[in-house]
Design a protein around this ligand. Structure first.
Ligand code: MTE
Length: 340
C-alpha cells in the first residue's frame, strides 16, 4: 500500500496535543487518506504514529488493520454531547466486582486475566448453536467504532469510543427459534483468576457468575453492541476483555463483561443486581432521570473528563441516555416506573 500523506501526519507534534485530540486527528487523517468512512478504528496511543499503527507488527497492528478493512460507515457519534472521556480514565475507573469493589481494583488486579484461549458459547433456543474461540470474536462481523455515552447507576458517566459489532449480527447467525424471547449472558466463572469470586467480601456479596439479560427486541436493536476494543485497541481486561456487552441506553450494570455464554431463552432470565437488591435494580434498567434509585438521584450525572470523578461536571441526565429516537418505541405502553 502506498502512503502519500506521511508528511501531513508528521507535521503534527504530538507533544503539543492531548491523547484525545491525537485520536480525533487520526480519525480526520485516516478519513482524508480514504481508508475509512465515518465509523472506524483509531489508535489511542499518543506515542504511536499512525503509520506504525497501520503497518506495524504484533497483535494491535493486526487488529487495527482488520478493523480498518471492515469498518462500516455507521456511528451514533452525533448523540454524544461532549468530548471523549480520556483513555486513562476509561481504563482506570472501572466496575468489575470479580476483581474487587473499588474503582481502581480492576485495573490493578485484572491484568493477568487469561483471555487466550477463550470460548464463547451461543446456545439455547437457536437452530444453529455456535462455539467461538478467541480469534473468531474479531472476525464474526465488520468491526465498527461506536462512540457512546456510558451512564452508571451511581450517577457518573463517560463517553467511550468502543469497537465492536451489533449483537444482532451474532444472533442472526445462530437463528433464534420462535421461542427465543430473551437473551441471557454470563461472565467467566474462574475463582482462581478472580479474587472477588473466591471471597464474598472482595466480590461485593454477589453470587457469581455475573449474569445479565435483555429482551430479544432490545438485543436485536442496532445500538446493542458486542465490544472487543476501545480507543482503537483490544479491550483491556478491566473493561471486560475479550468481549463485553454495551447497551448505551441502559445503566452500565447491564453491560456485562468477559462473556462466556449467550443463551437464548423463553422466560426472563435472572440478572445479578436484581438478585442482589430487587427494589434497587430492575431487569430493564433504562436510564431514566424521572425514576430515582433509592440511594442516588438519577436526575443528573457527573461526566468524567480529564480531571477524573472529583472535578467531573454535573450535567442533566437524558431519558434513555439520549438514545430515545432509537429505542423509545421498544417500551411503548409500558409503565417505566414499574418496570425500572
Ligand atoms: N460485568 C461484570 N462481569 N462484573 C461487573 O462488576 N459491572 C458493571 C458492568 N459490567 C460489572 C460488569 C457496571 S456496574 C458498570 S458501570 C460497567 O460494567 C462499567 O464498565 P467499565 O468499567 O468498562 O466502565
Amino acid at each position: 500500500m502506498t502512503v502519500k500523506t506521511q508528511n501531513a501526519w508528521n507535521r503534527i507534534r504530538e507533544s503539543e496535543i492531548t491523547p484525545e485530540s491525537v485520536f480525533a486527528d487520526r480519525r480526520r487523517i485516516l478519513k482524508q487518506l480514504g481508508f475509512v468512512g465515518a465509523g472506524t478504528l483509531l489508535s489511542s496511543s499518543a506515542n504511536a504514529g499512525v503509520l506504525d499503527f497501520l503497518f506495524g507488527e504484533g497483535d494491535q497492528a493486526q487488529f487495527a488493520r482488520h478493523a480498518l478493512q471492515h469498518s462500516k460507515n455507521l456511528t451514533f457519534d452525533h448523540l454524544v454531547n461532549g468530548p471523549l472521556t480520556p483513555e486513562d480514565k476509561v481504563i482506570t475507573h472501572n466496575n468489575f466486582y470479580e476483581f474487587g469493589t473499588a474503582k481502581t481494583d480492576p485495573a490493578e488486579r485484572a491484568q493477568g486475566l487469561q483471555v487466550q484461549p477463550w470460548q464463547l458459547v451461543i446456545d439455547g433456543e437457536v437452530a444453529k448453536p455456535l462455539t467461538l474461540d478467541y480469534d473468531d470474536l474479531f472476525k464474526l462481523a465488520p468491526l465498527e467504532e461506536r462512540i457512546y455515552r456510558l451512564r452508571c447507576v451511581e450517577a457518573w458517566s463517560m463517553v467511550v469510543p468502543w469497537l465492536g459489532f451489533p449483537l444482532a449480527a451474532l444472533l442472526k447467525r445462530v437463528e433464534p427459534t420462535s421461542k427465543a424471547r430473551f437473551v441471557a449472558f454470563e461472565t467467566l466463572y474462574d475463582p482462581e483468576q478472580m479474587p472477588g469470586q473466591r471471597n464474598r467480601f472482595v466480590g461485593g456479596g454477589i453470587d457469581y457468575p455475573y449474569v445479565e439479560g435483555l429482551r430479544i427486541d432490545e438485543a436485536m436493536n442496532d445500538l446493542t453492541l458486542l465490544s472487543v476494543g476501545l480507543y482503537g485497541k483490544t479491550l483491556p481486561p478491566q473493561n471486560g476483555a475479550p468481549i463485553r456487552l454495551v447497551v448505551p441506553w441502559k445503566y452500565g450494570f447491564k453491560s456485562i463483561k468477559s462473556i462466556v455464554r449467550i443463551r437464548l431463552v423463553e422466560s426472563m432470565p435472572p440478572t445479578t443486581w436484581n438478585l442482589l437488591a430487587s427494589n434497587e435494580y430492575g431487569f430493564y434498567a433504562n436510564v431514566n432521570p424521572g425514576v430515582d434509585h433509592p440511594r442516588w438521584s438519577q436526575a443528573s450525572e457527573r461526566r468524567i473528563g480529564a480531571g477524573g470523578l472529583l472535578s467531573a461536571k454535573r450535567i442533566p441526565t437524558e431519558m434513555f441516555n439520549g438514545y430515545g429516537d432509537y429505542v423509545a418505541s421498544l417500551y411503548q405502553g409500558m409503565d417505566l416506573r414499574r418496570y425500572y
